[in-house]
Design a binder for this molecule. Structure first.
Ligand code: ZN
Ligand code: ZN
Ligand code: FE
Length: 758
């Protein structure tokens, strides 16, 4: 039989993920000769043998890819035969240009897991077991190329046994950079509440007894510290809330396994798949009623629980003893999570009763990611551990730019050719420590990707701390990007598109080009620019930012916009002192400290307050979330009415008819769940009406939906369904969150377009 030879180039996430041993193995299975090597562009392979075997080999690459690998591009070329003996792995070629991607941190794979619990295995109960298919990656990488000396595993030298696995192409641990065992690798240690070392032959079981006693354990994980308590012990949960100054914001849970999670949450097949995925995000799941496993204080007044499965070997060992543990980020309210031991001892002092640490350093802090399933597909609400630094493929190559995001849920984005790499979740830019984290992330990403941006994109808002960071980069040109335009572009790029769309951007607040506060926007645009074609009617925000913290202010603002000085008597606002209400109405009437906003988030606040759910919030978006949570849909219910007004070429969505219907419902004593359903359905109808009008005027355009309000599953599903039925193409977020966590991607592609057309 005639032999052929092929040269194959593979790009994508193909280094540090067991790709070469996989190629080696399937080449041997097909009795092919040739070689495989890593280079700066990815993996290069040459194989030689009978045509049918080579074809089978190539089909297997595509089909049986190792779990952590993903192929961006695969190019095959026929070349002359060489006739060498056997198949070999050729050692890495050093190169100055790094274009391969560093893999994200992942779960512990099923093979490692069975070794972990196998008494015959030499890594039996070793909390740091990993292989080329699993384990820490991004969080331990300090530089490039991705090789042990450039990870925090450089602190440990491999024993003979580990070294031989590392060097054996047939081993599952061939070139597994974090490879280790109990003889040579990281070890656990126990510390008291002051951070002082506690002598112990078995730190794990002492940590378990501490949890059993209802104490709070600070646990060093993959990307940072968690605070853990037993969720069955309500006193322990209360203590954690008190010490963390966290009154109501839900705590995440780590369940021992799917079966345990099913005791306290409902799990559909898509949610199960997401829970079990290699990324292991926290998934928002509906609570089951009346179970005793989780005390109510874990997620008070919330229909959903944030649940994840164990993702490190240590988690599995710890959760052998518990059906579930509260696992919340190891920080004080607004600060980034702790990731260095000393830092954790200092900042978690007074919160934790003990620390379970280890000596594998965390190079980069990464919070847990958060996702939910929406319209049958996963949607990320926070994109961090497990996903970062996987790149988003852009519709075009562009000159490299850095985008620094906005103010809340900050991430940054660095582009290189046609790839956009978003950073881990950095947090709300409210203090210096978060700002430091942003700067660190910017430097680290530039180093890892070996990219020097030619422009910095930032939000139009001059007072955001991210804008200040951009301004400090004195040797680079800047581009200010309007907030909602960035949301639109983010949704486009997320879908690999760059055409002109109607962007329905329902958001909290962002500065508009007219100096007003926007947030309920219909923009027609693309990467190059936008036109504001419709928006929610402006409401006053009496007291400015205070209106964000106190939804009752928005309720009065909405009532005043509807009824003028002649407000209806409503019991729901009885809890607010009459004098406060009078003062607020005066502020609205006289326009004192009462900026106007078209924000959709603030309209949700107003409705939530009127529905009697919440007059004051303890975290951003709480009122809107509770309005969604209480929703009781019934197809018989009439949606509330919004009317469309035309003003200077703009369509204004008027909420006054909706308000009157809502007040009538209140006067008839209808429940919050009904009000919520009628409001959600009415708003979705209004979106459809506006899009229809725009289609009449401008012809058919796809609709991109983005902005923080679209974390709301009901609204997103309803809008999606109405638009799709009316034959609109709907673009939704897939890889990055619709909230400000995805904003830097939009800023980056707008900046890329700007450079292209300079
Ligand atoms: Zn493994
Ligand atoms: Zn070893
Ligand atoms: Fe936003």
């Amino acid at each position: 039989m005639l032999n052929i030879r092929c040269a194959i180039r593979v790009e994508g996430t193909v280094q540090g993920v067991g790709f070469r041993p996989f190629i080696y193995r399937i080449a041997h299975e097909n009795a092919l000769c040739g070689w495989v090597l890593n280079d700066s562009g990815g993996v290069r392979i040459e194989v030689e043998g009978p045509q049918v075997d080579v074809s089978h080999f190539i089909a297997t690459i595509r089909r049986d890819l190792p779990p952590l690998a993903s192929i961006g591009r695969l190019v095959i070329e026929d070349i002359p035969v060489v006739k060498e003996a056997g198949f070999t792995i050729i050692e890495s070629q050093q190169s100055s240009q790094q274009t391969t991607q560093i893999p994200p941190d992942t779960y512990v794979c099923p093979d490692c897991l069975s070794e972990l619990f196998d008494p015959q295995d030499r890594r039996f109960r070793y909390p740091f077991i990993n292989c080329t298919n699993c384990g820490p990656r991004y969080s331990i990488v300090s530089g490039v190329p991705y090789d042990r000396p450039f990870t925090t595993m450089a602190d440990f030298s491999m024993c003979e046994h580990c070294q031989s696995e590392y060097g054996d192409p047939a081993s599952r641990r061939f070139h597994a950079q974090p490879n280790a065992c109990a003889d040579c690798g990281p070890v656990l240690s126990l510390h008291d509440q002051e951070g002082g070392p506690v002598e112990s032959s078995d730190p794990l079981s002492e940590a378990i007894s501490l949890l059993r006693r209802g104490e709070i354990l600070a646990l060093k994980g993959l990307g940072g510290f968690h605070l853990a308590v037993d969720p069955q012990n309500s006193e322990a949960v209360v203590r954690l809330r008190k010490r963390k100054f966290r009154d109501e914001k839900p705590f995440a849970l780590m369940a021992k396994d799917i079966e345990s999670a099913e005791i306290f949450s409902k799990i559909n097949p898509v949610e199960k798949k997401l829970l079990e995925s290699v990324e292991r995000p926290i998934v928002l799941l509906e609570k089951t009623p009346d179970q005793l496993l989780i005390c109510d204080l874990t997620a008070p007044k919330n229909r959903y629980l944030g649940v994840m499965l164990p993702y490190t070997p240590l988690h599995y060992l710890l959760l052998e003893e518990f059906p579930a543990l509260v696992m919340t980020s190891g920080n004080q309210s607004d600060e980034p999570i702790s990731y260095g031991d000393e830092d954790a001892f200092l900042r978690l002092k007074g919160i934790a009763d003990g620390f379970l640490c280890h000596d594998r350093r965390i190079q980069t802090r990464t919070d847990d990611s958060i996702a939910r399933v929406l319209a049958g597909e996963p949607l990320l609400l926070r994109r961090s551990r497990g996903y970062v630094p996987r790149a988003v493929k852009l519709p075009h190559e562009q000159l490299p730019v850095l985008a620094v995001g906005a103010e809340l849920k900050n991430t940054i984005c660095l582009t290189s050719a046609d790839r956009a790499t978003l950073s881990q979740h950095i947090g709300d830019l409210k203090n210096q420590s978060v700002l430091d984290a942003l700067q660190q992330a910017a430097e680290h990403l530039q180093q890892l990707l070996d990219v020097h941006p030619q422009l910095v994109a930032h939000d139009l808002h001059p007072d955001y701390l991210s804008t200040a960071v951009a301004q400090q980069m004195i040797d680079l040109p800047k581009l200010a990007v309007q907030h909602h335009h960035a949301h639109l572009a983010s949704c486009l790029a997320d879908n690999g598109r760059d055409d002109t769309v109607i962007g329905v951007i329902f958001d909290g607040v962002g500065l508009g080009t007219d100096g007003q506060i926007w947030g309920g926007e219909f923009l027609v645009g693309d990467f190059g620019g936008f036109e504001r074609v419709a928006h929610l009617a402006d409401l006053t925000m009496p007291g400015g930012d205070a209106a964000t913290r106190e939804p009752w202010r928005m309720a009065l603002s909405l009532l005043h916009a509807t009824y003028g000085g002649n407000l209806p008597e409503l019991m729901v606002l009885d809890s607010i002192p009459a004098a406060d209400k009078r003062l607020l109405l005066q502020m609205i009437e006289k326009g004192i400290n009462s900026p106007l906003t078209s924000s959709c988030g603030r309209l949700f606040d107003a409705v939530a307050a009127l529905a009697g759910l919440r007059q004051v919030v303890s975290y951003e978006g709480q009122a809107a979330l509770e309005l969604e949570m209480c929703l009781e849909n019934d197809p018989q219910l009439e949606p509330y009415s919004f009317t469309l007004l035309k003003e200077d070429h703009e369509i204004i969505i008027d909420p006054r008819p909706m308000t009157r219907e809502l007040v009538a419902d209140l006067q008839q004593g209808r429940a919050a769940g009904i009000i919520s359903a009628r409001f959600h359905n009415g708003l979705a109808e209004a979106v459809l009406q506006v899009c229809r009008k725009l289609r009449d005027e401008r012809g058919s355009l796809p609709v991109a939906i983005s902005g923080g309000v679209f974390q709301n599953a009901f609204l997103t599903e309803k809008v999606n369904q109405l638009l799709t039925t009316a034959e609109f193409e709907v673009l939704r977020h897939r890889q990055v969150p619709p909230n400000d966590g995805g904003l830097s991607l939009g800023q980056a592609v707008i900046a890329g377009h700007h450079l292209r057309n300079r």
